[in-house]
Design a protein around this ligand. Structure first.
Ligand SMILES: [Zn+2]
Ligand SMILES: [Zn+2]
Length: 134
């Protein structure tokens, strides 16, 4: 069982199973949304994801490119990402750092390094992509 929540605790969710794609995303939208050098999202099938509390507090922001990011209206925690590929595949991406209880999950790529900040260099062995994962 994998359980997560926002900073104020009012939004809670659970994931029964993670899909293989877990990436550190360095795109400028993720950076700004998280207020961090990169985001780390794990992909999950919609059927394996449940918001167990505070669903009405989830606020959506749709960027110019159609990607949707969801955050807690009360505390601002960035929690969910959704692109048109996710909508096509009936998946969703959840911010890995928001989990309180989590099984072993290992990020397996850096993506959108073309937008990376100058003050952070990934020094791990993970595959690195200029844009989306090929
Ligand atoms: Zn919150
Ligand atoms: Zn991104």
């Amino acid at each position: 069982m994998n359980q997560g929540s926002c900073l104020c605790g009012k939004v809670q969710f659970k994931v029964t199973k993670f899909l293989p794609a877990v990436a550190h995303c360095h795109c400028s939208m993720c950076r700004k949304f998280h207020g961090a050098a990169f985001s780390t999202y794990a992909e999950v099938s919609l059927e394996d994801f449940t918001v167990t509390a505070g669903e009405q507090l989830l606020q959506s922001y749709q960027a110019a490119n159609g990607t949707v990011r969801k955050f807690c209206k009360c505390c601002g925690s960035s929690l969910i990402f959704e692109s048109r590929y996710n909508r096509q595949d009936k998946t969703i991406e959840i911010a890995l750092a928001a989990f309180d209880v989590i099984e072993h999950v290992a990020p397996n790529a850096h993506i959108y390094l073309s937008s990376k900040v100058d003050w952070f260099e990934p020094n791990d062995e993970l595959p690195k992509f200029k844009d989306f994962r090929e």
